[in-house]
Design a protein around this ligand. Structure first.
Ligand SMILES: C[S@@+](CC[C@H](N)C(=O)[O-])C[C@H]1O[C@@H](n2cnc3c(N)ncnc32)[C@H](O)[C@@H]1O
Length: 144
């Protein structure tokens, strides 16, 4: 749901019924719309704004998701965003993180909200540096 130029959203649109993407930088959203047009992607809706405000608004409008993908900055996800993700009850959440500490903090919240972390894959995209990118897959517990 977040990301510069919405690269992840545009890739997912090729497999999804519809994709909604939000990014705080308006220019990135303009680029995403141009990229969608260039690639004949018509099943994507992009909005500039704070994910923690836009996604609760979409949820209030009745929009739900089967899969939520987040790729937040190092500070991780805002509490309001995490709560809306829990309320939306997607089957799966994919959390792309560039900070293991905030990833662990946010996974704890999502686990308390009815999700189970089933796979965590670190990716060493910055060899010889302390930073690591991590992708975590969560599934909603069937009882929730
Ligand atoms: C780790 S980057 C994602 C990179 C992206 N997936 C890509 O392929 O380039 C995090 C992105 O979140 C955006 N961002 C930061 N705070 C945000 C917020 N509150 N709501 C929505 N987007 C936000 C940043 O502008 C940045 O583009």
């Amino acid at each position: 749901m977040t990301g510069t130029e919405m690269t992840i959203s545009l890739c997912l649109a090729q497999k999804a019924g519809h994709v909604y993407g939000v990014e705080i930088v308006p220019e990135a959203i303009e680029d995403a719309k141009k990229n969608a047009e260039l690639n004949q992607i018509t099943n994507a809706t992009f909005k500039a704004g704070q994910a923690e405000k836009v996604i609760p608004e979409w949820y209030d409008q009745g929009i739900k998701a089967d899969v939520i993908v987040v790729d937040p900055p190092r500070k991780g996800c805002d509490e309001a965003l995490l709560q809306t993700m829990i309320d939306m009850k997607p089957k799966r959440i994919v959390y792309v993180s560039c900070n293991p500490a905030t990833l662990a903090r946010d996974l704890k919240v999502l686990e308390a909200g009815g999700f189970k972390t089933v796979e965590v894959q670190p990716v060493d995209m910055f060899p010889q540096k302390m930073h690591v990118e991590t992708v975590a897959l969560l599934q909603r517990n069937l009882s929730n």
